[in-house]
Every structure is written in structure tokens, then in C-alpha cells.
Design a protein around this ligand. Structure first.
Ligand SMILES: [Zn+2]
Length: 248
């Protein structure tokens, strides 16, 4: 069972899985069964295209975009930040309150020795580690292969203009007060523009439609903006073209 933390209003209407966890917008659906451990690139692409939070699926308007990092990923992000002032990630981000809620209820973030499962999609078996953090940034670019092809499976994100870092080891004591303050501070969100692909929200058909729309909008604009290619990080980011999110 998830820890007894009251979810943000934006999450209260969302479906829950068998264990009682709220199913985030980035989760994969197999028919009407959600898989919280799998993220499809198509889903992530649509959330980024619309600037929608990977947890609640509502647009992130004039707020920082946040990600949570385990110890190893935090070290990598900070290394990239120190060299280039930006870091790369496979996934799009979300609202401060939604990300803090995830860090408070997801068992992976609860203890230092927690590990991802061996069949985890990203970094199987990765240990959480002692020092974790949430990082909020002002801007996120999506990165494509510099050939201009849209390979959704290969997309990466470049988080630029970092604003705030919240470090934590013990979520319950360190993050709960910050979460409660974030809930008090956040603006009201319109709940009727949710980008979400559960069976009650349009499912696979909606996902396919939105991918087509996002790709079309990107191609239409790309002659003006895609050639802005920067060769930045030595590994994943080299030879990628950048495009600012959201674009539809
Ligand atoms: Zn959210």
C-alpha cells in the first residue's frame, strides 16, 4: 500500500492500480491494466509535446519542470550541469507537487538500499543510494537525431536553465513539509485538459492521434528551428538536434 500522504487535487480522480497506487500519465496501459514500471516513448513524447506533467497529465504553465534523481543519476546530472549548465534525461518531467508526491509514496524512494527490479526498463537493479534530489528547471528541449528523423525510441531531453535543487535522504521527514508548502503555493489547475491514455481517457487511439499531431506540428516548424544543432555532451547528446517543448 502507498504511504498515507494526501495526493494533490490534480491526481485524485486518476485510476489506481491493484496495490492502490495512483497511475501516472507516463504509465503504460495494457488494455485496462496499468503498468507503472513501463514508460513508452510515445507517451513521453506526447506529454512533452503538450508540456504536460508526467504524473498528472495536466499542463505545466509558468512553473519549473521537475525530475527526481537517485544517487548515481544525480551525480551524472551534476557532472553535466557543471560542464554545460544543462543535463540530459530520457524522460520528460512534471509539476513540483506531483514529483514530491511521487517521491513520498513510491517505495523506491523511501529507503537508501531500495533497488529497481531486475526487469526494470531503465537501469535494472539500480540502487537508490543515500543522496537523492529533485531538480527543477525553466526549460526542457527535446533532442532528435541530427538527421532530422523522428525516432521516438531514441528521444532524449535536455534540461536547461536549472532553478532549484531539493536534496533528500529521508523523504518523509525532509520532503513532507516542502510538499505541503508546494500544495499551498500552487495555482489552481484546469482538470479538463488532461493528457492521459488510460481506457477512460481515450486509450491507444488517443495516443496514436496525438503522436501524429505532434509529429506534424514538429515537421511544419522544423525548417526554422531544428537546424539549431549543438554538439554538447560527449555521449548521448552528441549529434542530436534540439527542439523546445512544448510545441503543440
Ligand atoms: Zn502534475
Amino acid at each position: 500500500m502507498p504511504a498515507p500522504v494526501k495526493p494533490p487535487i490534480a491526481l485524485r480522480d486518476l485510476p489506481r492500480d491493484r496495490r492502490g497506487y495512483i497511475v501516472p500519465a507516463e504509465a503504460t496501459w495494457n488494455g485496462d491494466v496499468p503498468d507503472l514500471g513501463r514508460n513508452r516513448p510515445e507517451t513521453n513524447f506526447c506529454l512533452a509535446a503538450t508540456g504536460s506533467c508526467v504524473v498528472c497529465g495536466l499542463q505545466n504553465v509558468d512553473e519549473l519542470v521537475w525530475r527526481i534523481f537517485n544517487e548515481d543519476d544525480l551525480q551524472n546530472a551534476e557532472r553535466e550541469l557543471s560542464v554545460q549548465g544543462a543535463f540530459s534525461e530520457r524522460m520528460y518531467g512534471g509539476h513540483k507537487s506531483c514529483m514530491l508526491y511521487s517521491a513520498l509514496v513510491c517505495p523506491y524512494w523511501a529507503t537508501e538500499n531500495a533497488r529497481l527490479t531486475k526487469d526494470s526498463q531503465w537501469a535494472p537493479g539500480a540502487k537508490r543510494g543515500k543522496q537523492c534530489a529533485l531538480i527543477g528547471v525553466t526549460n526542457v528541449d527535446i533532442l532528435f537525431d541530427s538527421s532530422g528523423r523522428l525516432e521516438l525510441a531514441e528521444t532524449m531531453f535536455l534540461y536547461t536553465e536549472p532553478g532549484v535543487v531539493i536534496r533528500f535522504s529521508e523523504p518523509e521527514t525532509e520532503l513532507l513539509p516542502i510538499y505541503e508548502q508546494a500544495i499551498r503555493d500552487e495555482k489552481a489547475r484546469s482538470l479538463n485538459k488532461r493528457v492521459y491514455f488510460g481506457p477512460d481517457h481515450g486509450g491507444e487511439r488517443r495516443l496514436t492521434r496525438l503522436v501524429s499531431r505532434a509529429v506534424a506540428a514538429l515537421k511544419e516548424d522544423s525548417s526554422a528551428r531544428l537546424p539549431d544543432i549543438r554538439f554538447r555532451f560527449e555521449e548521448v547528446v552528441a549529434s542530436k538536434a534540439r527542439f523546445r517543448t512544448p510545441w503543440i
